[in-house]
Design a binder for this molecule. Structure first.
Ligand code: ADP
Ligand code: MG
Length: 254
C-alpha cells in the first residue's frame, strides 16, 4: 500500500475578497521508503502542498490518504495525534528553542508525548551522534553553526520515528558546502532508517541526486520523474530541476 495518496487536490485561498486557486489537480503517490523532491519557482505552491501533506492545512477539494486512511476527514484532535505519530517536520529556519540545549531540543517531542526521560536521553543522544553532533549535546542553538542547527532540527524531526519527514527548503539558508553535507545526511538517514523523505528544495545539486523529482508550476504538477537507479549520480552542469530528456514523462506516476 502507498504511504501517501494525493487525489485531485485543490487549494483555494480568499485574498482581498477574491478567491485565488493556489493548487489544482494535484495527483501523486508516495511509496514507503521513498526519497523525493519537489522543485519549482517561488510561488508555485510547494509550501502550500507540503502544509496539506503535513495536515497543517486542509485541501479545498480532493483527498489525501495516509496508508489508505483518508486524513482529510480527521478531526483536529485526531490530526494532532496523527502528526505526532507519523510525521516529522524540518523547515528552512530551524525553529529550535533557544534556551534549551541540543539534547533537550531533540528530546522535546518525546517529553511532550510523556515518554520516559531516561529513554529519551538515550535515543536523543544516539540520534545526535547519528547526525554527527555527539560533541555538541549541551550546546544551545546560539552556540551552533547554521548547519549544526539544521542537524539538530533533523534529529528532533526523527526522535519519534516518523514514517514520513516533510522538509521545506531545509538548506535554503545555508552555504553550499554546508548544504552538501546536510544533503548527504538526508540520504544517509533515508538509507539507514528507511524513513521516507519529501524535500522541497531550490538546490539543483540536491534535486540531481534525488531518485524522484516532482516539478511544480503555477499550482500544478508539471512533471513527476523517477530516475533509473544508475542515473542518480549528479553531474556538475545538470539543471536538476528540469531534466530535459525526461520532461513530461509519466514514469513517476506509475
Ligand atoms: N494563506 C494564503 N492566502 C493567500 N495566498 C496564499 C496563502 N498562502 C500562500 N499563498 C499564495 O500561494 C502561492 C504559493 O505559495 P507557496 O506555496 O508558499 O509557494 P512556494 O512554496 O512554491 O514558493 C503564492 O502566490 C502565495 O502568495
Ligand atoms: Mg515555499
Amino acid at each position: 500500500m502507498s504511504l501517501v495518496t494525493v487525489e485531485n487536490v485543490e487549494k483555494r485561498f480568499m485574498h482581498e475578497g477574491r478567491e485565488v486557486t493556489i493548487l489544482r489537480g494535484i495527483d501523486f503517490k508516495i511509496e514507503p521508503g521513498e526519497m523525493l523532491s519537489i522543485v519549482g519557482q517561488s510561488g508555485a505552491g510547494k509550501s502550500t502542498l507540503l502544509n496539506l501533506l503535513g495536515t497543517l492545512d486542509l485541501p479545498s477539494a480532493g483527498r489525501i490518504y495516509f496508508k489508505g486512511d483518508d486524513i482529510t476527514g480527521y478531526t483536529s484532535a485526531r490530526l494532532a495525534q496523527f502528526r505526532n505519530q507519523h510525521l516529522g517536520f524540518v523547515f528552512q529556519f530551524h525553529h529550535l528553542l533557544p534556551e534549551f540545549t541540543a539534547l533537550e531540543n531533540v528530546m522535546m517531542p518525546g517529553m511532550i508525548r510523556g515518554e520516559r526521560r531516561a529513554s529519551l536521553i538515550k535515543s536523543a543522544t544516539d540520534l545526535l551522534s547519528e547526525v554527527g553532533l555527539k560533541h555538541r549535546l549541551s550546546h544551545r542553538p546560539g552556540e551552533l553553526s547554521g548547519g549544526e542547527q539544521q542537524r539538530v532540527a533533523l534529529a528532533r524531526a526523527l526522535i519519534l520515528n516518523p514514517e514520513l519527514v516533510l522538509a521545506d527548503e531545509p538548506t535554503g539558508n545555508l552555504d553550499s558546502a554546508t548544504s552538501t553535507a546536510i544533503h548527504e545526511l538526508l540520504f544517509q538517514l533515508n538509507r539507514d532508517r528507511g524513513t521516507t523523505f519529501l524535500v522541497v528544495t531550490h538546490s539543483g545539486e540536491l534535486a540531481a541526486q534525488m531518485p524522484r523529482v516532482i516539478h511544480m508550476r503555477d499550482g500544478r504538477i508539471e512533471s513527476d520523474v523517477t530516475r533509473a537507479a544508475n542515473m542518480s549520480v549528479p553531474t556538475p552542469a545538470a539543471d536538476a530541476a528540469t531534466p530535459e530528456s525526461t520532461e513530461g514523462s509519466d514514469v513517476g506516476k506509475a
